[in-house]
Design a protein around this ligand. Structure first.
Ligand code: IKT
Length: 368
């Protein structure tokens, strides 16, 4: 495959790690990146090391984290008023103590009030756009897709969103995306994403799938600051919480909740799009997919091994469970960003073959 020129919208944890991982993969050139206050574009290739150094640990700059959500000020700037204003206005609380924060701290960054529009304006020369944006407002990413389609973008868009209900919102826009020539790969992080693809592969032994069980473990001690957003987003899945209550929690309230649980939060029946993505690929009913896991913010060790178990019946009447397991040594960052870039490449292959519309990770695996 020819060189893939890609852009990253958002330079929080996910955006930065994607840029970093892309340097270890063949054929990927980062040509554009933005955050809410700035944009860096260089069609011959960004100096990724410089960009990372300028933005690393700079939490004021990066409203997103590895899950694409906002650590300190969730959804207020990027997402809550949606569309252009959310991403392109914002500004509140971004620069602190007179310091330059985020992309504008990089020598390649330019301040802008319209970062996404600035990238859309250059999108003729961009093969793929990775949306590392917060999505605590469910329709935010679908609306960003709409804006690219409105500008007749022809290429790949890819996100690492989590919630099942967002997939339908993308499907609602599929005609628009197809008309434009967009291949939209949704839910392409770890879960959904890597683990959804693993389930699709594990299902191949069976003619009927009864159950898919995804159980993840994440140790986030050193990555905690960078991933406050994913913790907030995960809290929204706990009993007694939802997206709104989690969004409204102060950092002190989050710390108190974490303290109450001695740093270890356990999740069951999360609304993760692995379910609808496996159903739309014809593998099983969404109701038969269960996602849960354990997050330890006080240790970098995984508190439990990440596994995908697929139980089904073979053509010759045997019942079995195929299990896919991640090594405990692999980090969440490796398991989110590596697959995201892998799916990005698969998206580009499809786009170049003229396959447009909305694709989930399971659609990019062997058919069922
Ligand atoms: C995600 O970012 O995909 C979801 C997060 C879980 C990641 C699982 C990684 C598994 C591993 O590294 O072993 C979480 C639900 N926010």
């Amino acid at each position: 495959m020819d060189d893939i020129r890609f852009a990253v919208l958002g330079t929080g944890g996910i955006g930065r790690r994607t840029l970093e991982v892309s340097q270890h993969k063949d054929g990927l050139t980062a040509v554009a990146a933005c955050d809410r206050n700035g944009v860096a574009i260089d069609h011959s290739g960004l100096d990724v090391d410089e960009l990372l150094e300028a933005t690393e640990g700079n939490i004021a700059s990066g409203p997103e984290d590895a899950s694409g959500t906002t650590p300190a000020t969730p959804a207020d700037d990027y997402a809550s008023d949606g569309g252009a204003a959310a991403v392109e206005g914002g500004g509140g609380g971004v620069k602190q103590h007179g310091e330059q924060a985020g992309i504008v701290a990089s020598s390649q960054g330019e301040p802008t009030e319209t970062p996404i529009d600035d990238i859309i304006a250059e999108s003729d020369a961009i093969d793929a756009v990775l949306l590392a944006l917060p999505n605590l407002e469910h329709d935010f990413i679908p609306r960003v897709a709409e804006r690219f389609a409105g500008a007749d973008y022809e290429g790949v868009m890819i996100d690492v969103l989590k919630r099942s209900r967002v997939i339908g919102m993308l499907d609602d826009r599929e005609d628009l995306l197809k008309e434009s020539g967009i291949t939209f790969v949704c839910g392409a992080g770890a879960t959904p994403g890597f683990l959804t693809g693993a389930a699709a592969l594990a299902a191949q032994s069976f003619v009927e799938v009864e159950e898919v069980e995804i159980w993840w473990g994440v140790g986030l001690k050193s990555g905690y600051e960078d991933n406050r957003g994913t913790v907030r987003e995960d809290i929204a899945h706990l009993d007694g919480y939802d997206i709104e209550t989690a969004r409204e929690m102060s950092e002190a309230e989050i710390e108190a909740l974490i303290d109450e649980h001695d740093g270890v939060l356990e999740f069951h029946d999360m609304e993760h799009a692995d379910d609808v993505l496996l159903e739309r690929a014809g593998i099983c009913d969404a109701d038969d997919v269960h996602v849960g896991g354990v997050l330890d913010v006080r240790s970098d060790e995984k508190p439990t091994t990440t596994t995908v178990s697929v139980t089904g019946t073979t053509f010759d009447g045997e019942t079995g469970t195929n299990t896919f397991e991640l090594d405990d040594a692999t980090s969440m960052e490796a398991n989110v960003n590596g697959p995201a870039l892998g799916y990005l490449k698969a998206g580009v292959r499809n786009n170049r073959a003229g396959h447009y519309g909305v694709f989930g990770p399971a659609d990019l695996m062997p058919g069922f």
